[in-house]
Ligand binder design. Sequence first.
Ligand SMILES: [Zn+2]
Length: 499
Amino acid sequence: MKSKTKLSGLILCVIFAAGFLVPEMTQAATCSAETLKFFPVSKISQVIGNVQSTSQSYNTCNYKMSYPQPDGIATATVYSFDSPTAASNYFNSQYSNLKSSWTKLGIGDESYFKYSGGGVAKKGKYVFSIKWYCYCTQGTRLSQSQAQALLGYSASQVSGDTVPVAEDKPAPPVIKSISPTSVFAGKKLGLNTWTGFVYYTNNFSDLKITGENLQGVSVSFGSYGQTNLGDPIYLIGKSISTDGKQLTATLVTQNYVKAGKLKLTLTNKQGSDSTDINVLITGYQYLNRRFQGTGVTFRGEWPQAAPNADTDEIEQGVVTAMTAINLPAYQRLGLDIRIYSKDYWNSFAEKANCYTQGLRSGCSSDHDRVIHAAWISKTTPTWDKLGSTILHEAAHKLQKYYGNTSFNTDWIKAVGNLSNCQYLPLKNGAWNNGETNVPHCGFVESYSATRGAQTFGEDVATMTETLVFYPNKKTQGDWPTDPHYKAKEQLLRQYGFIK
Ligand SMILES: [Zn+2]
C-alpha cells in the first residue's frame, strides 16, 4: 500500500453549535485534495448532512456534522495503489472473511454495504471506505442507500483500467456438452479434372460448449499434427455468456489437421477441464496421407470419412503390390503409381491415360514411369484386383526396361513352339474352345497369349501377377503338367520380377 497523503495535522475546528442553527461550512476544507476529489464536502453534506469542518488523518478525512442535523462524524478513506492488481490484493486481504456477510452494491469492480453502518468499494487502483457515526440516541447509521450514493460518486471519479473481480467462489471450468462432436479436416474446394487432385479450404463450424465457470477460460488443443503450416485447428470470435455457462466460437479446421480424437481443454486460474473432438478425414485425405512419400498417389474423390471398408480394401491392395515390387529390379524404375477412384476413372482418367473407355482397370505407357490403376469396386474382395493391376503394370515396365536383352530371348525360349497348342489361335480373345480364364499351353489365361506392345508382354505381366495374387491357379488347367509354366516362373525369379 502506498499512502499519498501525509499527515496534515489534526486541526479539529470544533464549533460549539448547540442551541443555534449552524450554516454550511464556511472555512476551507482541510482534507487532502485527493480525498476530497472522491468524497467532496458538498457530496457528504447532500447525502448525510451539512458538514461543519473537516480534518485529515493519514488516508482518512473526518467530516464533522452538528446537531440538530444528523450529527456525528463521517469518515471517508481513500487508498491509492500502484496498480489495480495491488488494489485487488489489498481489498481481498482486508475483506475476504467479511464480505460473505455483507450486501453487494454493484459499484465499481467490487463493493459492499456493511450492516454496521458503512461501505467499501474498489475501482481501478483505488479502494474506498465510508462510515458515519451518529451521536444521536436512535443509533442511526449510514444506510445502504447513503453508502450507495457516496461510493457510487467516488467510483465515478476513477478513470483508467479496472480489474473485474472474479465471482465469490472461484472454481475450475466444467464442460457439460460440446457441439459438434466431430469435424472434417478442411472442406472440399474442388477436384482438378486434369490431375485428379482434390483441393481443400478451411472448414468453419459453429462450436458451442456448455458448462460451468466458463468466464475467462482459455481454449487449447492437444497435439494436432503439422504446425509448420500454421495452427491447423483454431477458434475465431470466442464469446462467453456472462453467467459462464456457454462458450460459442467459430471452429476452424484446415486440411492438414491430424485425424482422430483431438483433446480440447478449457483453462482458468483454478484449473481445467477437457473433452474430445473427433477430427474426420475423407478417403482421399486418408489414402494420400497413408502412402505419402512412397511414390503412390490417389486421384479422384473418396468423400466418405476414412478409414472405412473401401479404403481398407484399397490399402490392402496397394500394400500387397508394394510389397511384391519391393525388389531391386523394380526399385531402379522409380515408378510413379497413380490410383484412381471409380467415378474419376470412368468419367475422365481412363480415356485420358489409356485411350479407352470402360475396358480397362489400368494401363501404362512405354514412355514414362507412370502406372495408372483404377479401384473399381465390383465384388468383395477388391483389394486383389487393384493390387494385381499395379503389379501387372509394374511387370510391363520392368520388361520394357530390359528391352532387347537376354530376358527377351530367354522368355521366347520358355514359351517354346506354340504350333502344337490346340487352343490357339485365339477366337475373339478367348481360347478356341471358348474358355478364357483357364491356363493352357504355358499361358495363365487366353489374354496372356495376345500380342501387346511388347513380345509376349501380357504373358510376362499376367504370369507375374498370378504367381503373387492368385497362386492357386497353379493347380488349374495345363499348369500342373506343362513344363513351360515352371520355366517361366524360374525366369521371372531370375530377373527379379518376383521374389
Ligand atoms: Zn497388360
